[in-house]
Design a protein around this ligand. Structure first.
Ligand code: AQP
Length: 331
């Protein structure tokens, strides 16, 4: 087993998108051969916003199926559901007592979420980064693959760990954010100035892993572009085309120069369906395998139970150490 440990997760707040796949899962699959990895479905993070219970339940299982169908091997990695490992909640409470109101107040995502969810500004939105610190520190993780927007949270986890270690000695390993070189940020097809998000209200802006080939083709054909008519990577002048190039490059492995040469003089009427085709063929086996896995819930249950058992073993070692250090009486 590799000696460096990775922890990462996605919250089941919407159906997984092409952005979730390219920005996270595809990289996780590559990392599984070189690191000791835990990949989680962070359902406890999902409840800071109101969810229909049936939908949350369905999405959690679908997300697990999609992780596996994308190539995450549940034997090689620990794949599990966050709420099945109670140690996350326990460490989160403890770390909350070592987190400062001021530093949580400075989190950019908290500021964004407060604006977006002013009708339900619950304490979970404020303490979300503490739970994320617990997720990471519980497993003595070395690296945390995240998008740019989550980097601040990993830095906070590191600061909490430094503070705790400063009082009690070396308890937590200090984690580093791990931002993948490629994959970048995939943007909405209808508004390329914003990120493709699973909770986007406009379903035309996002391509979902479970979308039919027909739906994917239609979404790409309608994708917002410009009137310049050339396939060139220029995010300022041509954000829509640059987004489509990023997607095409991620799924075909071709460079931007190669893509520009391939579509020289061909126009968007040829480029858009070509991107759609490449995405359809990338997602087809993932969708089909997910559907197969979802038709046999007992196989999925075996995966999440085994994952939770293996995760809890590591988590309990860390928590025992923490409990002893802070003076809790052992059971
Ligand atoms: N569009 C994207 N481009 C690149 N990476 C992306 N990720 C998500 N969308 C894109 C990456 O997926 C990981 C897990 O994300 P998450 O679900 O925990 O949180 P998120 O980044 O907030 O994802 P969404 O889809 O935008 O969710 P909602 O709509 O619920 O807020 C992260 O590493 C993220 O970078």
């Amino acid at each position: 087993m590799a000696d460096k440990r990775i922890f990462s997760g996605i919250k089941p707040t919407g159906d997984l998108t092409l952005g979730s796949y390219i920005g996270a899962i595809k990289n996780w699959v590559e990392l599984q051969n070189d690191y000791d990895c835990l990949y989680c479905i962070v359902d406890m993070h999902a409840i800071t916003i109101r969810n229909d219970p049936e939908v949350l339940h369905r999405r959690t299982l679908e997300q697990l199926a999609q992780y596996i169908a994308s190539g995450l091997d549940p034997k090689k990695n620990i794949v599990y559901i966050q709420s099945h490992v109670a140690q996350h909640a326990e460490l989160s409470w403890i770390l909350g007592c070592y987190s400062m109101m001021g530093e949580l107040n400075r989190m950019t995502q908290f500021k964004d979420m407060s604006r977006k969810h002013s009708d339900n500004l619950n304490a979970g939105i404020f303490t979300y980064p503490v739970l994320m610190a617990a997720d990471i520190l519980l497993y003595q993780s070395d690296l945390v693959p995240v998008g740019e927007d989550q980097k601040q949270h990993v830095e906070l986890a590191r600061n909490i760990a430094v503070r705790f270690n400063g009082v009690y000695g070396d308890v937590f390993k200090l984690p580093e954010p791990f931002i993948p070189k490629v994959g970048a940020r995939i943007r909405s097809l209808t508004d390329p100035t914003s990120k493709m998000s699973k909770s986007d209200e406009d379903p035309q802006g996002s391509v979902y892993i479970m979308d039919s080939p027909d739906a994917i083709m239609k979404k790409f054909k309608r994708a917002k572009t410009d009137s310049l008519g050339c396939v060139r990577f220029d995010p300022d002048e041509q954000p829509g085309i640059s987004n489509l190039m990023t997607i095409y490059s991620s799924v075909t492995g071709r460079s931007f120069d190669e893509i520009t040469a391939e579509f020289e003089g061909k126009g968007y009427g040829v480029f858009k369906p070509a991107v759609a085709e490449a995405v359809i063929e990338t997602l087809r086996p993932i969708r089909e395998e997910s559907e197969r896995l979802l038709s046999d819930r007992s196989q999925l249950a075996e995966v999440y139970r085994d994952g939770a058992r293996r995760a809890a073993e590591i988590a309990e070692d860390t928590l025992n150490l923490v409990r002893g250090k802070i003076g809790f009486v052992g059971k």
